[in-house]
Structure formats: structure tokens, C-alpha cells
Design a binder for this molecule. Sequence first.
Ligand code: SF4
Length: 429
Amino acid sequence: MAVLTLGCKLNQSDSEALARRLAGEGVRVVDRPVRGAQAFVINTCSVTHVADRKARHLVRLARRLSPDAEIVLTGCYAETAPADIAGVIGADAVLANAEKPQIAERLLSRLEDRGDPYAGCPTPVRPTGPSGNPLRTRAFIKIQEGCDELCAFCIVPYTRGREQSVPIADVVSQVQEREADGVLEVVLTGTQLGNYGRDLGWPREEQGPRRLLAELLQRTSLPRIRTSSLQAQDIGTHLLALWSDPRLCPHFHIPLQSGSDAVLGPMRRRYSADEYRRAVSLIRKHLPAAAITTDVIAGFPGETDADFEATLRLCEESSFADMHCFPYSRRPHTGADRMDGHLPPQTRRERLERLLTLQKRSSKAHRQGRLGDTADVLWEEQTEGRWQGLTGDYVRVYASSDSDLTNRLTAARLERLEGEGVYGVPAPP
Ligand code: SF4
């Protein structure tokens, strides 16, 4: 069967959990659309209308590839889609995010009814770990879900619900399990990591990933722990002090969205442009070599030319290692949907183009700055004879090597720019 995933790292971790559960029952699980698969789970995103379109496309593709397959639509589009979506696009079931834990049972009983669960499914692409589970080089671990922030452009609070933290003990045992499976890097994911522990009644100064990270550093020994998005207001000296441990990846993803207070206010973001600057300079002070990446929205309702110039200036001065740039996308139920001042698509496109030009320049400058360095690279897989992997500061590295580098962490000399990454020479084994 195929588990197809769109969207964020949180969705990745949900899909991974489902694939592990099914593989544990002897079901062959692949992560790409395959002809003849007996079942498909399509774990969707709804952060933009483009994401909605991709979700519908994948359901239709699955139905074409396997007319008799059991097709389950889940994830955030399952939350926002019209009630009749299943019939419209040909899904057998539409299950909300909260219903994801039921999917494995549902499919196992369906697959059993149809006899050999292996039938019609090619060999999984991934090697398996000692536990027989598909081995991912980087495992996504969900530590938190949901968000109480209600930023004006964001649909996630409506699709992921209120904040829920996974207790520290559960997270530690999941990471220990992955470590036993040979995983070398875990990525801690969630919707709002900065509020980790709030729903557990922790005092404000204790909230956030600091306690969890300290516990993981103490009770596990895998070489890499990476955090996913943190907000500017989450960055403090206390938290950054933990990064004296080289096992924490020197990479911070801090969404900016806009560089103008006149936009950040209506967006209901929890920081000003200057507070964002302070967070960036605090990281630079503690970890001069750290990579900072970000998200930026072009064309939020009411955004003036001057506001947009302020965004470009702040992005320029922050020397981001990479930027995810999006045109503002109108989402139902969100505060911005009811606002005046929506900008014409042409304006949003033009501003996005300018952001993308800056993104390319910033990313290139970050990678150029790494050339000549020797960095630890976690090699993932070989495609078309080329190995690829990631440095701790999130630079993608390509290499040619006769050795099997699958899931190996090796030093590599970073030699030249290549594609969206760099070409590196792995140290001899
Ligand atoms: S913090 Fe804002 S943008 Fe992020 S998930 Fe919550 S509401 Fe959405």
C-alpha cells in the first residue's frame, strides 16, 4: 500500500507513524504512487489553495492507478474540504487529523478481507531497521500538535485544533526506539513548538522545547537532533545555551512572514520587526555559524509598497540560509479572509518574484560561504549514481562514491556549488 504525504514535517511524522504501524503488521508500505497498490492513504495539507488542488489530484491519480484500491483521504484538506469531497474525487473515506490513529485498523481489516496484503505492491524502496520497520535516515518525531495562536492568515488552528504536547517520557522513548533502529537524526516536529508544555500546565518560563531537548541530550546518544519551526519570541539565551552540545543541529527555522510592523500587527504575529531582528542577532551571537531559514508571505491584505520594501530589507540584513516564500492565499474562516484591502493577484505575484530572487541570492551566498569547509554529512540515498545528504546546518550535499553511504554520517569537504546544494567529497571510510 502507499502512504502519500503532502505538507509539513508534522504530516511527515504522522505518515511515518502510520507506515511503521502497518509495516509492523507485515504490510509493504511505499511512499510514492504505485500502480496496483491495494490501498492508498493520502495525507494532505491545506495551507494554500494550491495544496488543496494537489490533494484532489493525488486522490484522482490513485484511483486511476488502482481502480479497486481502498483510498483514504486524511490530513488538513480532509478538515477543510466540502462534505461531499469523497464522492467528487473518488475517495472511499475522509478521516480528520484526530481520526488518523484509526486508519491502520481500518486498512488492516480491509486488506485482510482482500487476502494477500502483499499482492500488487512492489518492494519498498527503504531498507528496514532491526525492528523490521522501514528505516528513514531522518525520523520525524511529533512532540506537539495544534495551535492556539490564530494568526490571521493561517488555517492550521482550524485543521489541527488546540495545542496538545506529547509528554517528555513518550518523546524520549520514541527517540530511543528510533535510535535502536539505527536512525542517526531525529527532527522534532509540531505546529507550535514554542508553546510545548503550555497545555501540560507548565509555567510560561518553562514552556518551549528547552526541557525536552535537555532530557533528550541526557537520555539518548544519537548524533543529531534537529528542531523544526520556532517563533522569534521563543528564542532566548536559556534555550540557545543548549546548543553548546554539537548534537543539536545549528539550524533554526524562524518564520518572519513580514518585515513591517504595519503588517505583523494585523497578521496577529507575536513579535515586531525589531524583536525578530533581536532573535536573529541573539542566535548569531551564540552560534555564529548557525543557519537561519524562514517563511515569508508576499501580498498580505493591506500590505503597501513601503511595507514590502521593509520585508525585503529585513530579509537582506538577516542573511537567511534559505527562505520559503509564498503568495498570500485566502483561506476560509481565517481573520484575514474577512479583511479589506486584498491585493490583486498580479501584485502578489510581482512581490513573490522579488522575494524569490532574494531567496536564490541568499541561499547561494550561504552555500558559497561553506565552500572549502569540511562538514559532517548525513547521507540519505543514492539517486542516478549520486549520493545526497544534509549537513547539520541544512545544506544539501551531493557526492560520487563507490562506498555504500546509506544512512552514514561522514565528514565531507565542500568543494563547489551544485544545483540547490553543494558538491562534496566524503572522507575515505
Ligand atoms: S503560529 Fe500562527 S502560523 Fe503558526 S500554526 Fe499557529 S496560527 Fe498558524
